[in-house]
Every structure is written in C-alpha cells, then in structure tokens.
Design a protein around this ligand. Structure first.
Ligand code: GTP
Length: 308
C-alpha cells in the first residue's frame, strides 16, 4: 500500500527488486581489491544482466576504467561509482512535461501498447497537472475497444476532469477535434489524448495518427505538442524495441516508464536513456494516482545502484 508514504519512500520500494538484482550482480564482480580488466568485465556483465543494456554497460565500464584502473576499490566505492555513471546517463533525459503551449491547450497524445499502463498513466499525468493548478481535459481517442473508453471515464470522474468521448469504433480524429474545440472554449491548459495501441497493425495505426495530426494541424499547426510513449518496464528489452517502432510510426517526443515497482528489470530505464536520448518525463512505481512523478536522476541512480 502506498498511502501515507512519501514519493521517495515509494521510489525506494518501487526500485527495490531492480536494486537488489544489480547490487547482487555487482557484489559478485568484486573479487579482487584492485580494479583490473577481469573485474571490469564482470562489472560490465553485471550491468547487462541487470537490464541496463550493452551500450550503457560499455560506457560505464569505460568511464570506470578511465577513472580508476589499477586502483583499489571496495564494493561500496564501486557501487558509488556506478551510481555516478548511471546519473550521468539519466540527467540529460530526466525532463518533466511542461505546459508551455500558446495558444492553449497543449495537446498531448499518449501512445503505447494495450496493457502498458496507458490509461492509468493518463489519469496520473492529468493529476500531476491539476496539482500544479492547470486545467486538464481528457479525450478518449482509443475508440477501438469499448473498455478503454469506459476505463478512461472512470478515471476522469475520479480526478474530476472532463472527458470528450464518442462511440465505440468512432473516428479518433473527430474526438480529438472536438476535444481541442471544447478545451479552447473552456480555457483548458492541457488536453491529454488516449490513442489506440495497435502496434501489431502498424499501417492502421500510422494512418490513424496521420489523420489526427492533419485534423489537429488545421486547428493549431503546433499540435500535437507532445507524443508520449508509455512503456511497461516489466517488458525489459522488449520495451526498448517498442521505442524503435513507435518512433518510426508515431514521432515519439518523450517517454513515460511504468510498473517499475513490479520488476527487477528497472535497469531498462537506463538502457532507454542511453540508447534513445528521448526525454523521460515521468516514472510510475505503483497503481495509485500519486505513484507517477517526474524523477530526480541522481536519486534514482543511487537507488538503482543500492547506495541511496
Ligand atoms: N504496479 C503497477 N501497476 C501499474 C502501473 N501503471 C499501471 N499499472 C497497472 O497496469 C494495469 C494496466 O493499466 P491500464 O492503464 O489499464 O493499461 P492500458 O495500457 O490502458 O491497457 P489496457 O489494459 O489495454 O487498458 C492496471 O492494472 C494498472 O493499475 C505502475 O506503475 N505500477
């Protein structure tokens, strides 16, 4: 249960399994007092085994070699050094989603495969904006599944945000059009749009998004301002291949990674940062409305490396 816990407590809890895996793997790497090539190999393997990905692992290895080769290093110092390198990878991409659009509303398309946590993430994101006193409206652009519209309605009611919806099987572009019109009339700051997650049919998804863009472009050439891809961290490396596909299909401008709490594969956050360099707007560490936040890269790095 996350009630009563601060965000940093939830963060620690969320990354516990990831941190346990990495620290266990790193502990096994330190078998000699001095940092030699064999130890560096083991550290690199430990990082790969902990889902940080080959390129982040190689980069961290190289940095450790440059700074510490031949020097004595304790397990604690190694973890500290790894935390520092993870932070260096996360810092440039940790970027909250800012509401800056003029004219309003800022149109934020949220994409991602079904089950990635997209619907709940939309509600959590809207809640974050509301906390900053922004007016938020939701649009049910995932008309492909009736359940998606109903789920979004439940969340909209819970957070007290208006929802623009149409019939099941309706045209998402027309819902987005109605959404922008209504948001403009009502002086809403951010319009957060749910979209269908049909990755298995790229053509259809591309066509649908192209149509949404065309309709939006007529109302405001700047829209959509953001195309946010929601990724489920429990999918590990598979989450990364989703970035490849959605980047090509949907022009992703930023990422949100969810379900970091349920997994030992949270290292994939670092892999995503290293490989794609896309802004990571927020991370999800639980099912509650307050379990999604922008993150402090230094703190998250220390939590992952087990030295926080
Ligand atoms: N543990 C945990 N669960 C999460 C998190 N984010 C979302 N979930 C859960 O993941 C499940 C799927 O979330 P939805 O928001 O329904 O996902 P969706 O992508 O819209 O997919 P559909 O299931 O197809 O509607 C729900 O049970 C959520 O409560 C998270 O950060 N941590």
């Amino acid at each position: 249960m996350s009630e009563g816990k601060s965000w940093s407590e939830r963060l620690f809890g969320g990354f516990r399994k990831t941190s346990e895996r990495l620290t266990e793997n790193l502990s096994q790497a330190v078998t000699t007092a001095k940092l030699d090539d064999a130890t560096l190999d083991d550290v690199e393997d430990a990082l790969i085994l902990s889902d940080l990905g080959p390129s982040a692992a190689a980069r961290i290895r190289e940095r450790l070699r440059e700074k510490r080769f031949g020097l004595e290093i304790t397990e604690r110092e190694l973890k500290e050094a790894v935390a520092e390198e993870i932070a260096a990878i996360l810092r440039p991409v940790a970027r909250p989603l800012e509401i800056t659009a003029f004219p309003r509303p800022q149109v934020i398309l949220v994409i991602g495969v079904n089950g990635s946590g997209k619907t709940t993430t939309i509600a959590k994101l809207a809640h974050l904006f509301q906390e900053d006193d922004y007016g938020v409206m939701l649009a049910a652009g995932d008309t492909f599944r009736a359940a998606a519209i109903g789920q979004l309605q439940t969340w909209a009611d819970r957070i007290g945000a208006p929802l623009i919806r149409g019939p099941e099987g309706g045209d998402p572009a027309s819902i987005v059009f109605d959404g922008v019109k209504a948001a403009t009339e009502q002086g809403i700051d951010a319009l957060v749009v749910d979209t269908a997650g049909r990755l298995q049919n790229k053509r259809e998804l591309m066509d649908e998004l192209a149509k949404i863009r065309k309709v939006l472009g007529r109302l405001n050439p700047e829209a959509p301002h953001d195309v946010v891809l929601v990724l489920d961290a429990t999918n590990g490396q598979n989450a990364l291949s989703q970035i490849d596909v959605f980047k090509e299909v949907a022009g992703v401008t930023g990422l949100i990674m969810t379900k970091l709490d349920g997994t030992a594969r949270g290292g994939v956050l670092v892999a995503a940062a290293e490989q794609y360099g896309l802004p990571i707007h927020a991370i999800g560490v639980g099912e509650k409305i307050e379990d999604l936040r922008p993150f402090d890269p230094d703190l998250v790095a220390r939590v992952i490396a087990g030295v926080a």
